[in-house]
Design a binder for this molecule. Structure first.
Ligand code: FAD
Length: 360
């Protein structure tokens, strides 16, 4: 069915940490759930990307999932699966605050209308809005770099998003690519059932724990600068470094699993090779090489600049205070998404509900 266009002040796209914290904040800024704003989410069930994370990812092995505003996350034991515990919390959150989440609704395109509003086109009809908060995360845009010979490889190639469990690799040699937390975690697991090789572009940055807030702030500042200049944002979680104190990292270090090789130069039918003649035979290449922002549906708005990214001022697109990107760039962490959601909602209230007062 294709219902007619529904009119609201704000459409929030995505119901992960970023979309839900924004929704909560919009209610508190006086936007009526349903008539003032809606949240459109492509997934079948609550939980954002967390519902798709591999089963062995527990709350104890994540960095930390911060509470959404207004309802503490009481996860209990660290052994709980993140893919169960976080979606259960989000489902409870949506119910508790009666948030107007429509799902599954996949947004295909956002366009400007003739009267300078936004038309949000989805696989379940259209909405017209005076402002947009995009909170679509990165999980649906896994990034795999290109290397010569990649298409010749006869083994299996997969990305972090496809990983389910180490057992499926038993007896096969696995090359894990990537210098982030996902790479070290998957190496830790896979190396308990089979042999592995780790390659990263840059030497990994090890950080002696506990996680220090200054390092976090410096990492966020770097990403902030990138998006202010319109460059592609790197991952905040990525630039904070690898925590030596994490039990699975310590264990993998002790077992000698985290001896890293520089990035290979090419891929052959049966392995990976370096220009200096080195070769490692491989059955599997696991690309733990990160993500890009899932913003293709915003393409008709032509937000990308000459540096390949979207130039930002705080949480909104530079020069366009009606389009906010929450969970993008410096706010792509659970705590960052919370803060950005509040900031976006406050600015939208000033912009849409307090005529005469200039947005800040
Ligand atoms: P998501 O949770 O990805 O939610 C996006 C939502 O948007 C989804 O529900 C999706 O269905 C929807 N969507 C996407 N496209 C569309 C569309 N076109 N139309 C409609 N809906 C759409 N951060 C931390 O702070 N602590 C951690 O411990 C931590 N651990 C992590 C572990 C892993 C393995 C990974 C990959 C990331 C981790 N991060 C962590 C980063 C963290 O997950 C994110 O910063 C944060 O959870 C993302 O929330 P989000 O709302 O932006 O995105």
């Amino acid at each position: 069915s294709s219902p007619g266009s529904r009119e609201v002040d704000v459409v929030v796209i995505g119901a992960g940490q970023a979309g839900l914290s924004t929704a909560w904040a919009l209610v508190h800024q006086g936007f009526a759930p349903g008539t003032g704003f809606v949240v459109l989410d492509a997934d079948e069930a609550p939980g954002g990307a967390w519902q798709h994370r591999w089963p062995s990812l527990t709350l104890g092995t994540t960095h930390r999932v911060h509470d959404l505003p207004g309802l503490p996350f009481a996860p209990g034991a660290g052994e709980l699966r993140a893919a169960d515990a976080v979606p259960a919390y989000f489902a409870d959150y949506e119910r508790r605050f009666d948030l107007p989440v429509h799902r599954p609704v996949r947004v295909r395109a956002v366009r400007r209308t003739d009267d300078d509003r936004f038309r949000v086109e989805s696989d379940s009809g259209e909405w017209t809005a005076r402002a947009i908060v995009n909170a679509t995360g990165t999980w649906t845009r896994p990034f795999v770099p290109r290397y010569p010979g990649q298409e010749l490889f006869r083994g299996r190639q997969l990305h972090t998003v496809d990983y389910r469990s180490a057992d499926e690799f038993a007896g096969r040699h696995v090359v894990v690519v990537g210098g982030g937390a996902s790479a070290t975690q998957l190496l830790g697991e896979i190396s308990t059932v089979t042999s592995t090789t780790w390659v990263t572009r840059r030497p990994p940055v090890w950080r002696e724990g506990p996680f220090d807030e200054d390092a976090g702030r410096r990492a966020v500042a770097l990403v902030e600068e990138a998006v202010r200049e319109g460059r592609r944002p790197g991952s905040v979680v990525g630039v904070t470094g690898l925590l030596v104190s994490t039990p699975y990292v310590r264990d993998a270090l002790e077992r000698g699993v985290l001896e890293r090789l520089p990035m290979f130069d090419l891929i052959t039918e049966d392995g990976v090779a370096w220009h200096d003649g080195r070769f490692v035979a491989a059955d599997v290449i696991l690309w733990a090489t990160g993500f890009r922002a899932a913003v293709r549906h915003l393409a008709p708005l032509r937000l990308r600049g000459k540096h390949g990214g979207i130039r930002m001022e705080g949480t909104h697109v530079a020069g366009e205070p009606r389009i906010h990107l929450v969970g993008y760039g410096p706010s792509a962490s659970t705590i960052g998404a919370n803060r950005a959601g509040q900031a976006a909602a406050r600015q939208l209230r000033r912009l849409l509900k307090d005529p005469g007062e200039l947005p800040r």
